[in-house]
Design a protein around this ligand. Structure first.
Ligand SMILES: *[C@@H]1O[C@H](CO)[C@@H](O)[C@H](O)[C@H]1NC(C)=O
Ligand SMILES: [Ca+2]
Length: 227
């Protein structure tokens, strides 16, 4: 089963559906609820990670649980996962464990989050709309495996699949980035403000992505711009 899935994944890659694009001022619109639609993003890191930062901006009126950023390996489907179990709460998973961050309830506006983790201390940072929450910790000494499938808008329970349609994301998503290191506080704020950011292999200004199902790329609506 897993082999078949992997093979299908390879075939999909060979069919040339992967696009690379500067998505500046564009968004992914996940239209259907519930849905198995998702976006595969690349590249996955070349080496295991001792540090990482993931940032993205989303806009939804969902109140049920949903997955935003799902980084799965063959050994661990929740290798890195940004998950929102309910309004006012985020979970950050690293290596199958998670910490919960309580956040102000979304006031029907875009919400920007950055999650950072470092292996040496296990410290996890979580920034919401440019402000840090109290730091927590998990998986000290762990190293995040490199061979991964990275998916937006669903939560993987197996390598590249195993979605629960009732954990799918519906709404709009933009400004997705992943760095293999921790960002300084200044850069965390810059990410929120859409300012100049350090180079990232996986980033919104040069995103390699493949849309699977009902997801559209659209210009961001001007009246939702925060700056
Ligand atoms: C990870 O971050 C720690 C703490 O900032 C740093 O000491 C270490 O060199 C980093 N490791 C890698 C592989 O970048
Ligand atoms: Ca999972």
């Amino acid at each position: 089963m897993e082999k078949l899935q992997l093979w299908l994944f390879v075939l999909a890659g060979l069919s040339g559906a992967i696009t690379q694009e500067d998505l500046y001022r564009k968004v992914f619109v996940f239209r259907k609820d519930p849905s198995d639609a998702h976006v595969i993003v690349k590249p996955e890191p070349e080496q295991p990670l001792q540090n990482f930062t993931v940032c993205l901006r989303s806009f939804t009126d969902l109140t049920r649980p949903y997955g935003l950023f799902s980084y799965a390996t063959k050994a661990q489907d929740n290798e890195i996962l940004l998950f929102k179990p309910k309004p006012g709460e985020y979970r950050l998973y690293v290596g199958g464990e998670f910490v919960t961050f309580r956040v102000p309830e979304n006031r029907m506006d875009w919400e920007h989050v950055c999650a950072g983790w470092e292996s040496t201390t296990g410290i996890a940072e979580f920034w919401v709309n440019g402000k840090p929450l109290p730091r927590k910790g998990l998986r000290k000494g762990y190293s995040v495996s490199a061979e991964a499938v990275i998916i937006l808008g669903q939560e993987q329970d197996s390598f590249g699949g195993g979605f629960d349609l009732y954990n799918s994301f519906t709404g709009e998503m933009t400004d997705v980035y992943m760095w293999g290191y921790g960002l300084s506080p200044g850069k965390m704020r810059a990410a929120y403000q859409s300012l100049q950011l350090p180079p990232s292999a996986l980033g919104w200004r040069n995103l390699q992505y493949e849309i699977k199902g009902d997801v559209a790329v659209k210009p961001r609506l001007r009246d939702t711009l925060i700056i």
